[in-house]
Structures are given as C-alpha cells and as structure tokens.
Design a protein around this ligand. Sequence first.
Ligand code: BGC
Length: 428
Amino acid sequence: MKLNPARAQRLAVSRSRLLGALLLTLATALPAARAGEIEVLHWWTSGGEARAAQALKASMQAKGHSWKDFAVAGSGGDSAITVLRSRVVSGNAPAAAQIKGPSLQAWAREGVLTSINEVARAERWDELLPQVVSDQMKYRGDYIAVPVNVHRVNWLWVNPAVFARVGAKVPSSWDEFFAAAETLKKAGVIALAHGGQSWQDLTLLETVTLGVGGAEFYRQAFVLREASALNSPTMDKVLSTYKRIKPFTDRNAPGRDWNLATAMVIKGEAAMQLMGDWAKGEFLAAGSLPGKGFICAPAPGTAKSFIFVVDSFAMFKLKNPANSAAQKDLASAVMSPEFQEAFNLSKGSIPVRLGMKMDRFDDCAKASAQEFSTAAKQASLLPSIANGMAAPSSIEWALKDVVSQFWNSDKMSTAEAMKRMVEASRRQ
Ligand code: BGC
C-alpha cells in the first residue's frame, strides 16, 4: 500500500512519539524497579571523614537508591561495633557496615554476611587488589566485603609555623623528637596533641614500637604476639620511650577525640600529632594545605615502614530483593576508579584499587603510595594492632586496656606492663 506523504509523515511522528514515550517509561521504570534502600553503618563523623562519606552517599543516590545514614560517632569505631552487634542480634542488620581486618572473618563465621562474588567476578577484583587485601575480603573463597582505602598509621603531623616560631627542627628520630619537644615545651607550647582514649593510646604505642624496635620486632610483638617479644629488653625500651612522651602532652588529653587533637595542631595550640592519615582529612577539611599549613613526615624512625589500615564494608544478608540489588551497586561503586579517587582525596588515605593515577593527590598521599609498594616488597607492611587489622578483637581490646592503664598510671612498671601484655595477647 502506498501512503500519501502527509499521512506517512503523521504516522512517522506518532511512531517516534510512541518510541519516545516507551523509552521514557523504561528510563524511569528501570531505576524504580531496582531502586533500594542502602543503610550503611560507619563512624566517619569528623570533618574530613564526613566529606568522604558524602562521596559514597552521592554515588548511591546517583544510581537512584535512597541512602540511610547509620553513623555512630566515637572512639575509633568501638561504639559503632557495639551498636552493630545489637542490630544484628535483633535480626535487623544494615546493608553494609564498616568492619575490617580479622573481624571480617569473625562476622562471616557467624553466618550473617552475604557473598558479593557475582560483582567481584564480573569486575575482576582479584586483579584489581593487592593480595594481602583481597585475602582479607574473602571468607572461604567468597568476597564478603569491599575495601575502600589504605591508611598509613605511622605519620607525624606538624604545624610548621609553630616550629619556625620556636626554632625547632622537624624530627626524624626519637632523639630529635625529644629535642624538639623540649624546645617547644620551654617556649610554652604543647608539643604533642594527644587524645587519651585507649585506641589512641595503643595507636601511639604501635608507632613507637615500630620506630624503636623496627619492622621485624613489630611483627613479632603484634602480629605473631610472641611472648619473647612482648616481654623483652626491646619492649622495655619501647615502653620507656612511650612514657617519656607523656610530659609533652597536656592535662586535658584524657578522653579527647582524635580530631580535636588534630584541631589543636591546625590552630597552632599544639605543634605535633602522631596519628594515622585520617588526620590529613581534618587539615584539608579546615582548608589547611600540605607543605604550607601542615607538614606530614614519617613518625620518628619509621621512614621505610608502613603500618596499614584498610577500611572496608562488610555486606550483610538482606531479605528485601531491591535492597540486595542496591547492595551490589554499592559494592561495585566502592571499587570504581571515580569513587576511589573522590573518597580518598577527602579521607586522607590512598586508593586500594591498583593502578590508579595519583596526579590529583597531594605529596603526602604520593609518598604513602610509594612507601606502600616498597614496604610490600620488603616485608615491612604491617597491620595496625590498634585499628582492627592485626588481632581478634578480644586481644585488641585487652591490649588497649593494659597499654592505656600503663600510659595513665604513675605506678605501673614496664615489667608489669609487659607481663600484662603477654597475658592480654593470650585472650580468646
Ligand atoms: C579508621 C579510619 C577512621 C579512624 C578515626 C580508624 O580506625 O580506620 O577510617 O577515620 O579510625 O575514626
């Protein structure tokens, strides 16, 4: 049948309208059918952390999912994990939770985590992650968590203006550290901003252990937890050095949050902080620039070693299929190069995904990336005992307890502390 031109044109218009309408319906219907709710438990509530968490929320919302923030502030995540446990026990787990290190295996053993192998296989995560990381993300060969970043713990954060004012030199050894601290103290400055919470007390001790005892000693003491290292002349020296630091902290340190300690350095109320590079997120969020407002230097005596923390999200079993689909999108988004860059630029850490371009990162992050790969080759890549990477949580808590008591007591001897550390490391 031959149509006249006017009728043919009308038909073409209505066909294209129909197609347009169909596409529109599909476009709106597809995300709606898959849109789920993503509830994520985390403890990223400080300035830099919140900016980083925002990157995750934005990427999930861009996929059409709704974001339910389950943030529990405080104490390096200790409070968050307590809240998580009660939610899981009552059968009301979030989609994902910030869990890391050996705890991932412990949660998986309880049967509450779900496999995200489908996403991991499709995206070839095994090829995109360092093996030390991918091994930790798996339980019996299945991915049950997705890694976000790599933090370096053994950093010294310095306010260069304060150092210049008193004529002190940024230290690279413990002798230089104490020399600078004396000069600062004489000038009436708080040399070291410390947050007296048990996880921060242990974070400080692990850094001193690496600086005084070296990488192999750290491994024997905190990874293998050998009594012959935990109770030894080297540990005695570590503990004495640790206690020598205390007079250079201030009276208000007990109970202080780590980010408030960082704020003291930012404002010039204190000269230094020994803390993981989540502290850098605070400097950046406050508009302070690396090399200008602050300096990052390896903690004294630790230039060639790397104590690492890999933050990750464990994925919980969910009942609602739309939420499960959203959970897979979350896993995929976290591993994407775009997210790895945006998140880590705010968080202070470096991407965990291999082969990422570092050109948008600052010199602290570039140094961290360099040291991470060098340390990996030289077996001086060490998991943080204070930040959930090296031991089952019962042992970590027991060690935090002893170390904190030692830090705060005027009476406990190094011998007593070492004896108690050996006991703590035997906890089940
Ligand atoms: C976590 C970081 C976090 C820091 C302070 C560490 O244990 O790995 O992601 O920023 O605690 O809360």
